[in-house]
Design a protein around this ligand. Structure first.
Ligand SMILES: *[C@@H]1O[C@H](CO)[C@@H](O)[C@H](O)[C@H]1NC(C)=O
Ligand SMILES: *[C@@H]1O[C@H](CO)[C@@H](O)[C@H](O)[C@H]1NC(C)=O
Length: 211
């Protein structure tokens, strides 16, 4: 009889512990998908099968904008400029460590055949106290305020803008079902965490910003 009660007791303790642990915020930083690179800090506010709602701290970024050409060409142009910036094309001729994610703000054109506007951004780690001013043409610093972000994660190698658009549509529908009108729909972000040379275990995200 006593033994039975003991088993019950431990069962209760372990399920309660499990329930409690679920609500303790993630203690390990950075998350695995940051691949040991510096990435912007966030807290998870809510999680369901379709998305995660994160609260990001305010952060600094270096950005480059290209409108009017296709996704691949725009990404190539923006990435080359930002890479040159971190590789020393800046006022202090300073090399800056690569961070994650590489964000692309996509402002879709007004129709399927219309041109999109792409702004790519590299995260400026708080470890770099004052990012040097860019001398690379087309590169500019940006501040992002503290913000709530709806995030959909998926894996695989994304080679086409259509994959991003499909994933964005899925996320937009999932948020709309619960939080219609509470987020910006005129633009979204893609977040890539892996170098183009990594083929497997890739982590990608779509971000919609809460209003
Ligand atoms: C990065 O900078 C070094 C000089 O510090 C240069 O030799 C190299 O070509 C640059 N890499 C790229 C890809 O621009
Ligand atoms: C593209 O987006 C940037 C950043 O939001 C904006 O400043 C620029 O005017 C836009 N360009 C076009 C052609 O829409």
């Amino acid at each position: 009889m006593l033994r039975f009660e003991l088993v019950l007791f431990f069962l209760c303790i372990s399920t309660t512990l499990g329930e409690v642990l679920k609500f303790i915020p993630r203690l390990t930083w950075p998350p695995d998908f940051c691949n040991k690179l510096d990435c912007p800090k966030y807290q998870v506010l809510e999680k369901n099968k379709d998305y995660e709602l994160r609260l990001y701290e305010s952060s600094g970024w270096m950005s480059s904008n290209t409108a009017g050409i296709d996704y691949k060409e725009a990404s190539y142009t923006n990435f080359r400029r930002l890479f040159r910036y971190i590789n020393g094309t800046n006022e202090k001729a300073e090399k800056i460590a690569m961070t994650a994610p590489v964000l692309i703000m996509v402002q879709p054109g007004p129709g399927p055949a219309c041109e999109n506007n792409f702004t790519m951004s590299f995260f400026m780690s708080p470890k770099v106290a004052n990012p040097p001013a860019p001398t690379e043409k087309g590169v500019f610093p940006q501040k992002m305020p503290q913000m709530k972000v709806y995030v959909r994660s998926f894996s695989g190698y994304v080679i086409s803008i259509n994959t991003w658009l499909e994933e964005a549509k899925k996320l937009e529908e999932a948020i709309s079902a619960k939080e219609a009108g509470k987020f910006h729909t005129e633009f979204f972000f893609t977040a890539g965490y892996n170098s183009p040379f990594q083929i497997f275990n890739r982590h990608n995200e779509i971000w919609f910003i809460a209003k």
